[in-house]
Design a protein around this ligand. Structure first.
Ligand SMILES: *Cc1c(COP(=O)(O)O)cnc(C)c1O
Length: 418
């Protein structure tokens, strides 16, 4: 037992992400099952395994920190596995979708159409029709999309429910991926919104509210709190121009998760406390407006691992290479090629010698014929041989479906919700 504790502490020291995961007899456990057994059950490596309890716990933590009045939405594109979405349908208040196929997943999971909204550029007429027929809220990204949406509603004999996605006139600081502030394909420039609102009602559209999303993977809770307050102020300003009440305001999210040992975990209590003030202000200015926070990565990102198998172990000019059956075709982001400026290792461990003392420095690579297929650069690990399993942590969001799975025509990764 004492030895076990020392092993756990050693893992936590290597990377805070490891501290949250249990292991037994040198095997990482997902949902209480050793990853080796999971590999047998799934009949293959590589695979993604998502821990149901961790997802549930994260939503609970969010509920505890955020004001009660805030509605929590899950952004499906972070992880659209139907079982994951189904699990979340009983935990969150709504879903945000980014394609008509995500609409199918959202509705199949049992979420009420009233609490699903569809954002994203380049919605086709066919997608707009599917969304309107599904009774969900269309987040308008441009004035011309508004016109097409009205036409689609006419052709169906239905009144489309719409919200206006606003491109704010300020930038969110500290965000990994900016999605507003300057010129953008996302949303309607804040200064054009009054004109849009004046035309909207005449087109036979039902106005629901505003959606203002500042960016993704923000680790600065202070920056998020400031942005949320600025977003509230902007919505209050724009609401003056709406002909009907603002029924909801989606203030985005973008809460980040730590990937490197230096990344500090997102300060959720701070954002929660500050949001209480923002929500109160909104309640005074816009009584009856529901406030929505939408999150993808923060809800599922830390609940998943990607597991692959060592196929070859070789030494090249003094460096050890663990050559695996995994790679960037399944886990692009872990190789630093998913919009990151600089490549940094994700937390990576030998899942079949988990908790053991590191004895050597290795590179973990994938099976693709490109030097960018590097899963871990010079990490310190226990001895691993052919047949051992490698786990990449923080893989619950933007993993399988955010990777070029057809590249090199290898088999796809499987997924399990455990
Ligand atoms: C991608 C996206 C999200 C989810 O972002 P996370 O960083 O995963 O929380 C939320 N809203 C919109 C509009 C998005 O495009």
């Amino acid at each position: 037992m004492v030895e076990m504790k020392a092993d756990a502490e050693r893992m936590a020291q290597q990377h805070p992400a490891f501290a949250d995961w249990a292991f037994e007899d040198g095997h990482l456990l997902v949902g209480g099952i050793p990853v080796g057994q999971l590999a047998q059950r799934l009949g293959q490596t590589p695979f993604y395994a998502y821990d149901r309890e961790k997802i549930t716990a994260r939503v609970k933590a969010l509920r505890a920190a955020l004001p009660k009045a805030v509605r929590l939405h899950y952004a499906i594109k972070a992880n659209p596995m139907p079982a994951v979405v189904q699990h979340l349908s009983g935990l969150v208040d709504g879903f945000d979708i980014a394609s008509a196929n995500e609409l199918d997943v959202a509705l199949d999971a049992g979420m009420s159409d009233a609490h699903i909204s569809f954002a994203g550029p380049a919605k086709t007429d066919a997608e707009l029709k599917r969304a309107i027929a599904g009774g969900i809220v269309v987040e308008l990204e441009s004035l011309s999309e508004m016109d097409r949406c009205a036409k689609a509603g006419d052709s169906l004999g239905m009144t489309p429910r719409v919200a206006v996605r606003v491109n704010p006139d300020f930038k969110l600081r500290g965000s990994g991926m900016h999605m507003g502030g300057g010129p953008s394909q996302f949303g309607v420039d804040a200064e054009m919104v009054p004109e849009m609102l004046s035309r909207l009602a005449g087109l036979g559209l039902a106005f629901e509210g505003f959606h203002i999303f500042g960016g993704s993977q923000n680790l600065s809770a202070e920056a998020v709190a400031v942005a949320e307050d600025q977003i509230a102020d902007l919505a209050i300003r724009l609401a003056d121009h709406a002909l009907t009440p603002v029924r909801h305001l989606n203030i985005g999210g973008g809460f980040g998760i730590p990937y490197t040992p230096k990344d500090k975990a997102f300060d959720l209590p701070l954002v929660g406390a500050r949001l209480h003030e923002t929500v109160e202000k909104l309640g005074r200015a816009l009584p009856g407006t529901a406030v929505i926070v939408e999150l993808g990565r923060y809800i599922v990102g830390e609940a998943g691992v990607y597991v692959c198998k060592v196929i070859d172990r070789k030494i090249s000019r003094g460096q050890v290479y663990l050559v695996t059956d995994g790679g960037l075709h399944h886990q692009l982001a872990a190789t630093g090629n998913f919009g990151q400026g600089i490549r940094r290792n994700y937390p990576v461990a030998i899942a079949s010698h988990y908790g053991e003392e590191p004895v050597e420095t290795v590179n973990v690579v994938g099976c693709l014929c490109t030097p960018i297929d590097l899963l871990a650069d010079k990490i310190s690990v226990p001895r691993a041989d052919v047949g051992d399993l490698v786990a990449i942590f923080q893989s619950g969001a933007y993993g399988r479906t955010a990777s070029p799975s057809r590249f090199l025509s290898h088999p796809e990764a499987k997924e399990a919700l455990v």
